[in-house]
Write a protein that binds this ligand. Structure first.
Ligand code: GUE
Length: 293
């Protein structure tokens, strides 16, 4: 079994980007600038946005955190997004999800300028991704593709089973794995909450990508020997014996599934850190696109 070390790989990618930033500086160029919009103060969201900002500092990007009140109206948030779209200093921005219930997420994501949509969530960018055009790939699926590539995991002709059809992970993942070229060319089955006899699929899968958010869902008896397992689940499970009061738990029964797997991602330290690294990579791309315009 080989561990797909997302933490280490993310550090490698950040170092590569930092070198690019140094070159930009030496050339007297503007460095990439990322903004993150955070509505309210959900604990997990604060952690993620915090590490995004810290990573920017680490590699020499400029970053801006836009903190807005939980009870901000949809109209006010749309106005804020318009400001960010028009801000020439900014190369890209993200609106941290989930948003409070009184705000229509779809409407917000549609309002982001596709050229600044470094999350790749705008329908224009999602469409380009599906059509195999160059664009911002959603950071989590992009991070998974990058891990597969850097560890040279074979994907062509393999049966990939994706569990979960969310707009930000499962659905784009199923598209990327079926795209032409490496690391794609896979035969994909997208399973979800209405799938019957899911083990029939997982037992026959060469690659399994779980994005459910159900701790320890994928068990050893659901997979075949030699399977590649990518665990996108990140659930905070309360645990008073830990200093933070919780432990981060994935969708996979790691202890037992890892005994059968050829490659597997840990949680934490797998897909999560890769998500942040790829967001930074998208921001670098946004800067380059803007410069070449
Ligand atoms: N507009 C938007 N874009 C996102 O990309 C986005 C989002 N909203 N909302 C929430 C999800 C989740 N997400 C994570 C990023 C990093 C870790 C990460 O680094 N996790 C660490 C553990 C961190 C911890 O202690 O919680 C790890 O897995 O090793 C996890 C999850 C980005 N998301």
């Amino acid at each position: 079994m080989q561990l797909l070390d997302g933490k280490k790989t993310a550090e490698d990618i950040k170092s590569e980007i930092a070198i690019q930033v140094q070159k930009m500086k030496a050339d007297g160029q503007k460095v990439p600038h990322l903004a993150a919009v955070l509505v309210g103060s959900n604990g997990a969201s604060l952690t993620y946005v915090g590490s995004k900002v810290r990573s920017c500092q680490q590699i020499g990007f400029e970053s801006t955190l836009v903190s807005l009140a939980e009870d901000i109206s949809e109209v006010e948030l749309l106005a804020k997004i318009k400001d960010l779209n028009e801000d020439d200093e900014l190369d890209g921005f993200i609106v941290q999800l989930p948003l409070p219930k009184h705000i229509d997420e779809q409407k917000i994501l549609m309002a982001i300028d596709p050229d600044k949509d470094v999350d790749g969530f705008h329908p224009t960018n999602f469409g380009k991704m599906a059509l195999e055009m160059e664009t911002f790939l959603p950071a989590t699926p992009y991070g998974i593709m990058e891990l597969l590539e850097r560890y040279k995991v074979e994907t062509a002709g393999k049966h990939t089973v994706v569990i979960g059809r969310s707009h930000i992970v499962g659905r784009p993942m199923s598209i990327l794995m079926s795209r032409k070229g490496y690391p794609g060319d896979s035969t994909v089955t997208l399973t979800h909450s209405r799938t019957k006899n899911i083990e029939e699929y997982t037992k026959n899968a060469d690659i399994i990508i779980t994005a459910l958010g159900v701790p320890n869902y994928l068990k050893a008896d659901m997979v075949k020997e030699g399977v590649v397992v990518i665990d996108v689940g990140i659930t905070r499970v309360e645990d008073s014996s830990h200093p933070k009061g919780y432990v981060i738990t994935g969708d996979v029964d790691f202890e037992n599934v890892s005994k059968k797997a050829s490659f597997i991602t840990p949680v934490p330290g797998g897909v999560g850190p890769m998500t942040i690294a790829m967001l930074l990579k998208n921001t670098l791309l946004a800067r380059e696109m803007k410069r070449n315009k």
